[in-house]
Every structure is written in structure tokens, then in C-alpha cells.
Design a binder for this molecule. Sequence first.
Ligand SMILES: [Zn+2]
Length: 182
Amino acid sequence: MADNFMSLVPLKVNKSEVSSTAEKVIDWLLSQKIIKDPKTDCVLGSNDGYPPGDNYNSILNSYDHDLLGLRTNGLDVIRTREVFHNGGNGLDSICCPTCSTNIIGSDWGILIDEWYNETGKDTVTCLECKAVHSIIDYKFDPTWAFGNVGFTFWNWPSFTNQFINDLEIITRKSMAIVYGRL
Ligand SMILES: [Zn+2]
């Protein structure tokens, strides 16, 4: 069976803010009993994750009966520079944030490598409007996000807008939502 995931990625978190951002979110999720300690082997990959807590349904759009029965059902907190993509399920477009010109036919992958390696050469000049933006500020469809910290929920159903708003208040960042499947 394929596993679905949803990554919530606070944008523009610099490295000095990674620990505090991660801890604020984890503390709040634990206090609300949305997740629980201790971490277990409940996420894909080499990390351990936080299993769903007693109140996990409080952040879901519709009541879920199935999550607790799944082997992969936890929260993985990623604290490293990461391209949060949709699991290799393809992209429809990558558009200039100024004029929406689609650059998907270009060599954009190189720019992502530059961002990942922090070379400072991750900007692109739009051929259409001449605006200069980092590749990470382009609009990826389906959504990709780029950051130093992220929260990946495995196989959780869709979240309420209230939950996303709460996380934006807690982190003081806007939150990208990346849906994927492995
Ligand atoms: Zn443009």
C-alpha cells in the first residue's frame, strides 16, 4: 500500500531559528495531545517519529477511525535543509512569482542544487519580466517547499484551516503545505 504524507513547512526559517521553531511546535502538539511521546518507528525513513495522540482528530476536517491502525502514522520533524517535494509524482508548472511565466522546461534542477548547497547562485532572471527571484520563491504546482525545518505527517487525513492558522501563529511564519505519496 502506498503511504501518503503531508509536510507543513514554515517558510523563511533561518538556521538560528530551527531549534526554537521545532520545539515550539512539538511542545504545542504534545500539550494538545495531537501527538504523544515517546517517539517510535512510526514514520518512513531512518528517523523515529511521534505517534498520534488521544486528540489527533481535533485537527482533522472529518473524523478518522483508521489512523491508529496503520503502521506508518506518525509525525517526522525534519531539522535539516530540505527540498520538501511530492514524492516524485511530477510537476505541472514552476511559475515566476512576478508574472507567472512557467519555466518548467528550463534547467531549474541545477538552481535547486545551488540552493541546497548554499552557493548563493540559486536566483533566476525571468526571461519574460526580467524579475530576479530565488528558485525557491517560484510557485511550484503541485506545491513544493524549501526550508530548514519541516513537519511531515504520515497518512494523516486533511487538516483544518484552524490548525494551519494556529501553527502560523506559533511559528510566526507562513506555512506551505506539501502533499505527497511514496
Ligand atoms: Zn516573470
